[in-house]
Write a protein that binds this ligand. Structure first.
Ligand code: KG4
Ligand code: ZN
Length: 376
């Protein structure tokens, strides 16, 4: 059979199935988005109050093949036009990872394409470098290094992004992720899952001063987070009311107090992370000091405002990618694939998906614009 020669600078297909979003996207070699699709499985999981891994894996299997076909059609491409296939291979729920990375490997094998096993956290971390993404905040492509604050349902960490495959973790949660805390607090307040957006809406009607809630880690050195004590405090306040639904005003006041505590803690932790980052890169010019917030929790207006204030006070610009690229998506996976391909970093087809896969375990290379490491 005659095979067209591959264009190494051709488009890349990205696939995301690490949690409860089934997503596919095609980007050209310069990072322009040619087509993208995300299917959130909210309806499948809502009645269980959280993501059920088996249901997620089956839903990925049911939806991914047709979604990839429609994304390729929308981009006006066929398999033969692609330069590579990239898929999230961890960290995440193993069933979904097997579906997505298995599909990508099968396609790569059948079509003779390179395969890139993308670390999902690296995909979040590199999103800020998508050309044109940050608009006015950074019209030129974002150069390494920058600080990433990843705040989602599954992750909560501060990372110095130093190059493709080069990450320095400044701190992270010692218990729950911040989105998980939002979801648990929301459940205690009688809100539907996922609770973050509903809690933010309810908090807008509440008085944040009626209930005093703890602010774990506030004022402590370092950049670690802890949220389980805050969740327990919400549970105790709720338990002090008679059984049955909470009065609406009490629920709103508790939501406001919870959100205010999270805002204070995140801003405090970010301040420490910015100081640690600035100390690590003392010669970085002020105009190049960038902090990027990513993950579903970055959609919260009060949190964004507080983070932007903390960044500005420390001489940093805070950039937050558009919400659809902050939450789980395949554009970021395709883009991470492109970044890796440019450095010749492709993976063998027997690469196994990894439910745990910390950023620090990655190997890679500093990009062409990565400075040499400064003080360790
Ligand atoms: O990044 P994401 O879509 O998925 C992962 O966890 O990887 O983040 C989802 C999380 C959920 O915990 C959700 O409650 C939270 O982000 N979230 C919010 C808001 N929107 C989503 N938390 C607070 N305020 C919001 N507006
Ligand atoms: Zn994610």
């Amino acid at each position: 059979m005659h095979e067209r020669p591959r264009d190494p600078s051709g488009p890349v297909l990205g696939i995301e199935t690490s949690c409860d979003e089934t997503a596919a996207a095609v980007l050209d070699a310069d990072g322009r988005i040619l087509a993208e699709a995300v299917l959130s499985q909210l309806a499948e999981h809502a009645r269980f109050g959280g993501v059920v891994p088996e249901i997620a894996a089956r839903a990925h299997l049911a939806h991914l093949p047709a979604m990839v076909g429609s994304v390729l059609r929308a981009a006006g491409l066929s398999w033969g036009d692609l330069a590579a296939v990239a898929a999230s291979a961890g960290p995440g729920l193993i069933g979904g990872l097997i579906v997505g990375s298995g599909f990508a490997k099968g396609a790569a094998l059948a079509r003779g394409l390179p395969f890139v096993a993308v670390n999902h956290l690296e995909a979040h971390a590199l999103t800020a470098r998508l050309p044109g993404l940050l608009g006015e905040a950074s019209p030129a492509p974002v150069a390494f290094p920058y600080l990433l604050l990843l705040i989602s349902g599954g992750h909560c960490q501060c990372v110095a992004v130093e190059g493709v495959g080069r990450y320095h973790r400044l701190g992270g949660t010692v218990d729950d992720a911040v989105g998980e805390a939002f979801d648990k607090a929301a459940k205690l307040l009688g809100l539907p899952w996922p609770g973050g957006p509903a809690l933010e809406r309810l908090a807008a009607a509440g008085d944040a001063t009626r209930f005093a809630l703890p602010r774990p880690m506030l004022g402590r050195a370092g950049c670690d987070f802890s949220f389980s004590g805050l969740k327990t405090a919400v549970a105790q306040r709720v338990a002090a009311f008679p059984p049955g639904p909470l009065p609406r005003a009490a629920a709103a006041d508790l939501a406001a107090a919870f959100q205010a505590a999270v805002v204070a803690v995140l801003a405090d932790r970010l301040r420490n992370a910015l100081a640690a980052f600035a100390a690590r890169y003392p010669s970085l010019p002020p105009g190049r000091r960038l902090a990027v917030a990513a993950g579903g929790v970055a959609a919260n207006g009060a949190i964004r405002a507080a983070l932007a204030g903390a960044a500005e006070a420390a001489g940093f610009t805070l950039a937050v990618p558009p919400v659809r690229l902050c939450t789980d998506n395949a554009v970021m996976v395709a883009w991470a694939g492109i970044e890796r391909l440019r450095l010749g970093l492709v993976d063998p087809l027997d690469t196994a998906p990894r439910p745990r896969w910390p950023l620090e375990a990655l190997t890679g290379a500093g990009g062409p614009d990565a400075p040499p490491r400064e003080a360790a």
